[in-house]
Design a protein around this ligand. Structure first.
Ligand code: MRU
Length: 344
């Protein structure tokens, strides 16, 4: 396990490591209300698909316990309103919608008194967190077998302990390989514009004593052409039914480069990241974020006042993906069949 907690429920508050402050400060953001949780997700105090799912579930539980009514209809209506606020925070990571759906299912199943329902919602949110950590460990175990000893593995963005309940998906595979005794070196792309690779992946791997070298995003082609990358392992925000993958902007370019250099391209994600209602990547909503993320670095303006485009994610077509690593199995071509087997 990592030596920090990404998110936890404590004394009827939600505490999360503030990822906007890393790596310079390790401080924790305390959410007293569900609005605090929604704000934290929007501002990316917490980010990464599975971690956003856990935060949303805890946000719903936090909102629910503060509702003061003995009328079941009013209580149910308020929980739905709270859920809608959390659902409006970020559009691409499907784990947010998955976790909210799971919380609403628990709500709708409850026959007892309101205090009992509140306790059940808190329990469910904590279960989502605990299960996520276990799922990531399994992704790590399953995926580690694909990574050869003495490999250099390139990863993009942060799909680590910080992006999940703990342990990570892509970094879970790397942790799994290291725990299996393999000698692994990681190349982390800095991941402009939000710098999740430089600020977060480099920080958490270094903290865990895993060898990491940082590169800028535009170095990937050169480094691959020199034979310096053995495999790419990264995460996903949403995987369509046909295996198309939405992940951090820049993932598609890396997939094209990996294919052209014959380097395996692995996507590590929990089954909750697969959206079986999305036929292909074209139907995945892509979040557009504030242009200041592009025109500024750490608060300093680096560009004149021109038009800016800031999509936070891109789509990698399944033909560029070697395998999708889940907690149950590694899925390869044909993806539609393989992915549907996972939920049988
Ligand atoms: O915008 P972010 O930082 O939330 O984007 C995160 C990613 O793209 C991750 O790769 C993805 O969520 C997988 S996290 C296990």
């Amino acid at each position: 396990m990592s030596s920090f907690k990404t998110i936890e429920w404590k004394d009827n508050r939600v505490i999360m490591i503030d990822q906007t402050k890393l790596p310079n400060e390790e401080v924790y953001f305390q959410c007293q209300t569900y609005e605090d949780v929604a704000d934290a997700i929007k501002r990316m105090v917490i980010r990464g698909a599975p971690a956003i799912g856990v935060a949303a579930a805890m946000g719903i539980a936090l909102g629910a316990i503060k509702i003061e009514t003995s009328d079941r209809d009013i209580f149910f209506g308020e929980v739905h309103k709270i859920t809608d606020v959390l659902l409006a925070t970020r559009p691409t990571a499907v784990n947010l919608f998955w976790a909210a759906k799971r919380m609403l299912r628990v709500l709708n199943e409850q026959q007892g008194d309101i205090e009992g329902i509140k306790r059940r919602l808190v329990l469910e949110a904590n279960n989502i967190l605990l299960e996520d950590i276990e799922i990531c460990r399994n992704i790590g175990r399953v995926g580690a077998e694909l990574i050869e000893d003495n490999s250099v593995v390139l990863t993009h963005c942060n799909a680590g302990a910080l992006a999940t309940g703990g342990y990570g998906t892509a970094l879970g595979v790397i942790r799994g390989a290291v725990e299996a005794g393999k000698n692994i070196k990681v190349l982390a792309t800095e991941t402009r514009p939000f710098l999740q690779g430089a600020r977060l992946t480099a920080w958490e791997l270094d903290k865990d004593g895993i060898s990491v070298s940082l590169i800028t995003d535009n170095m990937v082609g050169h480094i691959m052409s020199r034979g310096m990358v053995d495999a790419v392992v990264l995460g996903a925000d949403r995987i369509a039914k046909n295996g198309d993958v939405a992940n951090k902007i820049g993932t598609y370019s890396i997939s094209v480069l990996a294919k052209s250099h014959g380097i395996p391209f692995y996507v590590a994600a929990p089954i909750s990241t697969i959206d079986y209602d999305c036929p292909d990547g074209n139907s995945i909503p892509i979040e557009e974020r504030n242009i200041n993320e592009v025109t500024h670095i750490l608060g300093n303006r680096i560009a004149p006042d021109v038009n800016v485009y800031n999509p936070a994610f891109d789509i990698t077509p399944s033909e560029n993906v070697s395998s999708i690593i889940t907690e149950k199995a590694v899925v390869g071509e044909p993806f539609t069949e393989g992915l549907s087997e996972l939920i049988k």
